[in-house]
Design a protein. Sequence first.
Length: 144
Amino acid sequence: MTFCNQRRRHLITGIAAAAAFGLMLPAYGAGDSTPVTGNSVHNQPLTKLNIAIVPVLDGAPYLYAKARGYYKDAGLDVTISANDSGPTIITGVINGTYDAGATAWFPAAIAISKGAKLKYVMTPAYMKKGAGHGDSGVVVKPDS
């Protein structure tokens, strides 16, 4: 398998996983704790949800899910807003401009360390030791 095909496979897998995750959100969202099943969402008004993203590749799954109608199928009326940085997104979530935001872990960690009341969900990322290009991770001492 060529490098390009591997990258494409990982991209498609990532988009599919993010879209599936996006479909799970309304099932266990705020308010009623009863999972959404079957056609029950089609009998109710759509729940409005404002999501902030940085318009880079990591934001593609949110745009893809909206374009394919996945959010509406799950009972959501999603508005996606482009922002210039993670800290801007965090500020918007804290002040209520956005219901949720997609950002790197570091801006959220800083805000939480300063007392912000945020719920932060991390998604798994493809990481390969020594890969270099665009890979990220958190490194800590073994005894921390």
